[in-house]
Design a protein around this ligand. Structure first.
Ligand code: FAD
Length: 632
């Protein structure tokens, strides 16, 4: 029989990014024995890579800012498809979560009078991103880890063991959730280094596994992001929403090929960087859509004045929401006005002194110097769109983070959850999302375990099944190579389910995904269980595949263009489609199903925060009539 290390916890948090760590802290503070699992090294999560900052309406730089303005910007950015309640909680609670981080030891950059400084970002009406240079995520992760260590020290003083109430399992991948009836009973996985199996029995699991970007050819995401949490949720009976909405960040590196996709932070534009095509033209002025027309400058002079006098000028169009900028770059390149490597120019060198560039954008300066031998204080960068973030995710109750569907005891927070960002996320709204909803998920997971009449049990047969599934690729003779399969999948998703989508290509993509599904069922890995990346990828592939199928199916179904979903054959936003979420689930045969479900309707007092002229661009006539009735 196969050896399996067994543990018992109250709450298991899968993922050690910002959402996972914040959830774990809260569960531990509620007195729960908590485990944190992380696929890579502790501290290495996407959160650490976040550069620009965390959005919170503290009003430190412009006192006109408040939660209502932040809420409005978030809904606008998401094109009104957001779960309004999540956007409301996020806008209201983000400032408190940022302050709290300082009590854990974080130190954000300061204004002259000593307040937390805030910077401009696309789609945010006022300077709103609390930041630490361009390394904000690092400070966030560092502080949350420090808080965990301090809690472990308290536990040591009391129990003699650092691990007695909170333990980190690093370089450990969860492959299955185990259920007792419809209740979560535990999580099963393996240590990446030894290949040994581990079973964590627990009545509550918080998914905080981040994104899905590795299914795409060009992406800012690193190797861990194979949609594991999305797939675990589906297989446990939970549902995913909005999977057609992927954010292609407008500015990834395009050269050299080995670093294609690596992110160039939006702070470059927030701090004054401009986009130019190969004719030297600042082309973004030609791409301001009607819904945003009144908020954006029409001339370069006005745009430039905005940096020093934002109250009397409108913002530069380089700071439109990301989906708009990504599509604009795509169009310029397609029209033959791109750079040799297929991007456009992003320039700070002519916009600010070298000293300012190296002080405000130190990571970008080093990134380009080291990876591309480009000195951004002297020459422009070359950039193009890169798959960056998934708006879609586990369908959750907004207040508690509890997953919808048939499963109980499953919670989700951070990028793996869906709803908060609608069809497009604003930059900076992720770091704050992690803190707000990480805390909530940890709190409610703890409360859930308190309310349970008895602890769910893990069935031996389920564990045996999990072991068999995990070992299968190692025992297959002549199995398919996992790296070839990953490349093929990335080509399908990148070429046929990318930034601009068409019915024919999406149908083709679904056909190819079916073929890939059969091939993935026959994936093989050579070698044994000790540190074997080929085996690890073989296991990740089934997750990537099911999640990609949800994305392709939903992208085919949604016949409109909105945020991170652009259909060439349906180029307009449709008020009817705005009322619908596409919900993905798995049936007993493991086949993907798609259902339409109404987007929750906003409460009257929130709806009143918007002007009728703005709402008329998004709502149906019937909805507008209702608005007129409550507005008077
Ligand atoms: P992550 O931080 O992605 O962590 C996921 C965790 O889950 C990791 O620990 C991983 O190892 C673990 N995991 C995954 N699968 C498994 C499994 N099967 N078993 C065990 N563990 C698993 N957002 C902003 O708001 N502002 C920014 O400035 C910003 N800049 C960014 C820059 C880059 C380069 C990138 C890639 C993203 C950026 N984002 C930014 C987005 C933001 O960083 C992410 O959306 C956010 O950090 C996600 O946090 P999370 O806690 O949900 O998950």
């Amino acid at each position: 029989t196969t050896r399996i290390e067994r543990h018992h916890y109250d709450v298991v948090v899968i993922g050690a990014g910002g959402a996972g760590l914040r959830a774990a802290i809260e569960a531990r503070l509620a007195g729960k024995k908590t485990a944190i699992i992380s696929k890579s090294l502790f501290g290495k999560a996407h959160t650490v890579m976040a550069e620009g900052g965390a959005a919170a309406a503290m009003g430190n730089v412009n006192s006109r800012d408040n939660w209502m303005v932040h809420f409005g910007d978030t809904m606008r950015g998401g094109k009104f498809l957001n779960n309004f309640r999540m956007a409301e909680l996020h806008a209201k609670e983000a400032p408190e979560r940022i302050w709290e981080l300082e009590t854990y030891g974080a130190l954000f950059d300061r204004t002259k009078d000593g307040k937390i400084s805030q910077r401009n970002f696309g789609g945010h009406e006022y300077p709103r991103l609390a930041h630490v240079g361009d390394r904000t995520g690092l400070e966030l992760i560092r502080t949350l880890q420090q808080k965990i260590v301090s809690l472990q020290q308290e536990d040591f003083a009391e129990t003699g063991s650092y691990d007695s109430r909170i333990r980190v399992f690093a370089e450990t991948t969860i492959t299955e959730l185990l259920l007792d009836g419809n209740r979560v009973a535990g999580a099963f996985g393996y240590y990446r280094e030894s290949g040994e199996f581990i079973l964590l029995e627990a009545p509550a699991v918080v998914l905080a596994t981040g994104g899905v970007g590795r299914s795409y050819k060009v992406t800012s995401n690193s190797w861990e992001y194979t949609g594991d949490g999305h797939a675990l949720a589906l297989r446990a009976g939970a549902t995913l929403i909005n999977m057609e909405f992927l954010q292609f960040h407008p500015t990834g590196m395009v050269w050299p090929p080995s670093v294609k996709g690596i992110l160039v932070t939006e702070s470059v534009r927030g701090d004054g960087g401009v986009l130019r095509n190969s004719d030297g033209k600042r082309f973004m002025f030609d791409y301001v859509p009607d819904v945003f027309r009144h908020q954006y400058a029409e001339t370069e002079e006005e745009a430039d004045r905005w940096y020093t006098d934002p109250d009397n000028n409108r913002r530069p169009p380089e700071l439109l929401p990301r989906d708009e900028v990504a599509r604009a770059i795509n169009s310029e390149v397609k029209a033959g006005r791109g750079t040799k490597s297929g991007g456009v120019f992003l320039d700070v060198s002519t916009r600010m002194p070298a000293e300012t560039i190296t002080r405000r954008l130190p990571s970008m300066y080093h990134q380009f110097k080291e990876l591309a031998d480009v000195d951004i204080t002297k020459e422009p960068m070359e950039v193009g769109p890169t798959c960056h973030y998934v708006m879609g995710g586990v369908e959750v109750d907004p207040d508690s983070g509890a997953a919808f569907g048939s499963v109980e005891g499953l919670f989700a927070a951070g990028e793996v959850s869906g709803g908060m960002h609608g069809s497009n996320r604003l930059g900076g709204n992720s770091l704050s999302d992690l803190l707000v909803f990480g805390k909530r998920a940890g709190e409610h997971a703890a409360a859930y375990t308190d309310a349970l009449p008895k602890r769910p049990k893990v069935a031996t047969s389920d564990v045996e099944q999990a072991v068999d599934t995990a070992l299968a690729p190692l025992s297959r003779e002549n199995g398919e190579n996992p790296y070839t399969l990953q490349q093929d999948l990335q080509a399908v998703m990148g070429d046929l389910v990318g930034i601009i989508r068409r019915e024919g290509e999406l149908t083709d993509a679904l056909k190819r995904l079916q073929e890939l599904k059969l091939r993935v069922a026959n994936v093989g890995a050579v070698g044994g269980r000790r540190y074997n990346p080929g085996w690890h990828l073989a296991l990740d592939l089934r997750n990537m595949l099911v999640v990609s199928e949800c994305t392709a199916k939903a992208a085919l179904e949604r016949e409109e263009s909105r945020g991170g979903h652009t259909r060439e054959d349906f180029p307009k936003m449709s008020p009817e489609w705005r009322k619908l979420n596409l919900v993905c689930s798995l049936d007993d045969n493991g086949d993907v199903h798609l259902d339409r479900k109404p987007v929750p309707t906003m409460r009257d007092e929130l709806l009143r925060l918007f002007k009728r002229t703005e709402l008329s661009k998004y709502l149906t006539d019937e909805e507008l009539a209702k608005f007129d009735a409550i507005a008077t």
